[in-house]
Design a protein around this ligand. Structure first.
Ligand SMILES: [Zn+2]
Length: 399
């Protein structure tokens, strides 16, 4: 069977996968506990193989045993939604105040599609395929929980490769993009609070204003990036919120002033340096103003690193299955974070982006992932499922 034939077979599932995706879209769930989503997944993969459930979170691993013994390949579908109020006007829009604004509902449907394709062809597989249905990708470390629970070792051996797909609402529909090496950033963040002494706004010399050091710190962090980090190993710090005082009160000096910033790096070395240098800088600014500062760094995802051999396979299979024009070698990584990075640290593999901008929308102006207006074209589902299945088959049968 050729991969082109496999993709044609996947097309027969297109209607049912679209229906599953739209059902899930209406009942998005947040974080590590996704009971309704998991129930829908289990119903859809019933009978396809051995299922292992987590005791702590709503994750499932489906094991499809090949007809002949061999190594294991891991495929991953993340399932969680965001705390975003949907404003798409779709007739299958969310009903509960959360939103599948990152397209993980499509990932679930693709994972289910790949499971059916692989189960149909299991006699041709030399080894096992395990498919992860993972909650909590959006900053909850779901992949790390599953690794800690040894959900990658359900066949008794470490998979020789792992693959995952992520859809993008602002990339051209049907085009797959990826690259060797760093594809996504280490994404972390920090919360900073300056503490001074409150007082009367008419006499700032009698109190310790925390707002002045805070505003200095916000711009000093940007300068620090320019002066202490190589331009060839980029770092992003962006302050996303600030809090100080009361917005009806001009004549009071508050006791505290705080802000939160997201931090993106593309190397472990820079993640460590950011912590060291910003701590030094913030303590210095606080000391200069006679106030104190507390800094809390949030855990960071790892840099997502694609393996060269895996990407070669991805490019070849996309060419054979859909045509070479459907693969795009990305010039640069993106600064978004992904917990699949932890999986790709434990084993080689590839993460692949897939354009899902609905036809008629201009990708350049389309609402991006995480927007309350993001739209994802679910006619992509069969191709995504076929690619995942083909990657597993190809990896196991051409070791
Ligand atoms: Zn996502």
């Amino acid at each position: 069977m050729s991969y082109r034939e496999l993709a044609e077979e996947a097309n027969q599932y297109s209607g049912v996968l679209t229906q599953i995706r739209r059902e899930l879209h209406q009942i998005p769930e947040f974080g590590l506990q996704l009971p309704k989503t998991l129930a829908r997944v289990l119903e859809s993969i019933h009978g396809l193989g051995e299922i292992t459930l987590s005791k702590n979170i709503t994750s499932a691993v489906l094991r499809i045993k090949g007809g002949q013994p061999g190594p294991t390949v891991l495929l991953r579908a993340d399932m969680d939604a965001l705390a975003v109020v949907e404003d798409t006007g779709l007739d299958f829009a969310s009903t509960n105040g959360f939103m599948h604004a990152c397209g993980h509902d499509l990932h679930v449907a693709m994972g289910i599609g790949a499971a059916h394709l692989l189960a149909t062809h299991k006699d041709e597989i030399k080894g096992d395929v395990i498919i992860w249905f993972q909650p909590g990708e959006e900053g909850h470390g779901g992949a790390d929980v599953m690794l800690a629970e040894d959900m990658h070792l359900v066949t008794g051996q470490l998979p020789i490769a792992a693959y995952g797909i992520h859809v993008f609402s602002s990339y051209q529909k049907g085009v797959f993009g990826s690259k060797v090496g760093a594809l996504m950033a280490a994404a972390g963040g920090m919360t900073v609070e300056f503490k001074g002494a409150g007082g009367h706004g008419s006499m700032p010399w009698l109190s310790k204003d925390p707002i002045a050091p805070m505003s200095e710190a916000i711009s000093a962090l940007q300068t620090m990036i320019n002066k202490r980090f190589s331009a060839f190993d980029p770092v992003v710090i962006n302050v996303g919120w600030v809090k100080a005082g009361d917005d009806h009160t001009e004549n009071v000096i508050p006791e505290t002033a705080s802000f939160g910033a997201t931090i993106r790096t593309f190397s472990e070395a820079n993640t460590a340096k950011i912590r060291e240098y910003s701590t030094e800088l913030l303590n210095g600014i606080a000391a200069a103003h006679g106030v104190s500062v507390s800094i809390e760094f949030h855990p960071s995802t790892k840099v997502l690193m694609n393996d060269a051999v895996a990407i070669e396979r991805v490019e070849r299979i996309i060419g054979e299955t859909f045509g070479a024009e459907r693969y795009w070698t990305m010039a640069d990584p993106i600064a978004g974070g992904e917990d699949f990075a932890s999986v790709l640290e434990a084993m080689p593999g590839a993460f692949i982006f897939m354009g899902a901008c609905p036809p008629g929308n201009d990708p350049a102006n389309a609402s991006t992932n995480h927007s309350n207006r993001a739209l994802f074209d679910d006619s992509d589902l069969a191709d995504g499922a076929a690619l995942l299945a083909a990657l597993a088959l190809d990896t196991l049968n051409n070791v």
